[in-house]
Design a protein around this ligand. Structure first.
Ligand code: PEP
Ligand code: MN
Length: 339
């Protein structure tokens, strides 16, 4: 249930409403906009339906949210949410690029990569790099762990580019938070509900990647887990799903972009690197994703993809990234985005 408060509602009235909701056993989420304050009431449908919210002092309108995801839905918030990662805005007019190697490997390489990426004129950039890697085989490189996060923080500080990195374990949330600007929840952990609740307790932005066998609804429900804990800084990521098709690593679901934009106010990031698994296809799918209305892209790049410790086959060289970025500018412009 969404309760829109009157423009002249007083703090006293808000406190009264929140107190009454608590008494009944309902959870609330207060969202203070520039013009209106909106309260989301969360609880059993029958309880919600039985309270005459319309007559509570300060209440202007009550809107039932029919979707099972409440805080995530467009019904809850009509305008697009803009999430700040460092000083980069995700979900606004500008297309955002999250780029960097799949794994952090050493400081020199990450620093050179970050500096080269920054040279792309007009790029609104977030630096990605994994320190905790979810690998299919336990014998593959598992990431540098905290050492990698330290490198990411140093490079981010030296270049002024905010960072995003995956957290896989609820026990690492506090540690990771000291080093990075945004958490990534990977596809394999999209329904790790303990992890979702843990990152939901922080206020750090979260890039939530779609699970490889998850429906759009599953993804939105996972985002709801995070937001229900009080963290509204969620960005959703389409990164391809498992289908019967074997020509590519995953099948990038282009439909998901406009579908999510319709259903939710949260920003949508497209990841054509994991979506295809092949560097030669990344450009085409990246252009398509921008045309379909995504708010940003996550693209894996590497100085020398053939030497990358993970995901080399899908990583762009820095030169290839630079030419793709020029093309993306034209596509972004064509669909009314700034770059
Ligand atoms: C990654 O971003 O490197 C990654 C492991 O992504 P995903 O969780 O989408 O597979
Ligand atoms: Mn990767």
């Amino acid at each position: 249930m969404i309760v829109i408060l009157q423009p002249d509602v007083t703090e006293q009235q808000i406190d009264h409403i929140l107190g009454k909701a608590k008494e009944i056993g309902l959870r609330t989420n207060v969202s203070r906009g520039t013009e209106r304050t909106v309260i989301g009431f969360i609880g059993p449908e029958d309880v919600l339906r039985s309270i005459p919210l319309e007559v509570w002092p300060g209440v202007e309108q009550v809107i039932p949210v029919l979707a099972p995801y409440k805080l995530v839905s467009r019904e809850f918030r009509e305008e697009n949410s803009v999430i700040k990662v460092g000083d980069v805005e995700v979900g606004g007019k500008r297309l955002v690029i999250m780029a960097g190697p799949c794994s952090i490997e050493n400081k020199e390489s990450l620093l050179r990569t970050a500096r080269t990426l920054k040279k792309n004129e007009g790029v609104s950039l977030i630096l990605r790099g994994g320190a905790f890697k979810p690998r299919t085989s336990p014998y593959d490189f598992q990431g540098m762990g905290e050492e990698g996060l330290k490198i990411l923080k140093e490079v981010s500080a030296e270049t002024g580019i905010p960072s995003v990195s995956e957290v896989m374990d609820p026990r690492d949330v506090e540690l990771s938070a000291k080093y990075i600007d945004a958490f990534q929840i990977g596809a394999r952990n999209m329904q790790n509900f303990s992890l979702l609740k843990e990152v939901g307790k922080t206020q750090k932005p979260i890039l939530l990647k779609r699970g490889m066998s998850a429906t759009v609804k599953d993804l939105l429900m996972s985002a709801e887990y995070i937001m229900a804990k009080g963290n509204f800084n969620v960005m959703l990521c389409e990164r391809g799903i498992r289908t019967f098709e074997t020509a590519t690593r995953n099948t990038f679901d282009i439909n998901a972009i406009p579908v999510i934009k319709q259903l939710s106010h949260l920003p949508v990031i497209a990841d054509p690197s994991h979506g295809t698994g092949r560097w030669g296809l990344v450009g085409s799918v990246a252009r398509a994703a921008v045309a379909a209305g995504c708010d940003g892209l996550m693209i894996e790049v590497h100085e020398k993809p053939e030497e990358a410790l993970s995901d080399g086959p899908q990583s762009l060289t820095l030169e290839n990234f630079a030419s793709l970025f020029k093309e993306l500018k034209a596509v972004a412009k064509a669909v009314g985005k700034d770059i």
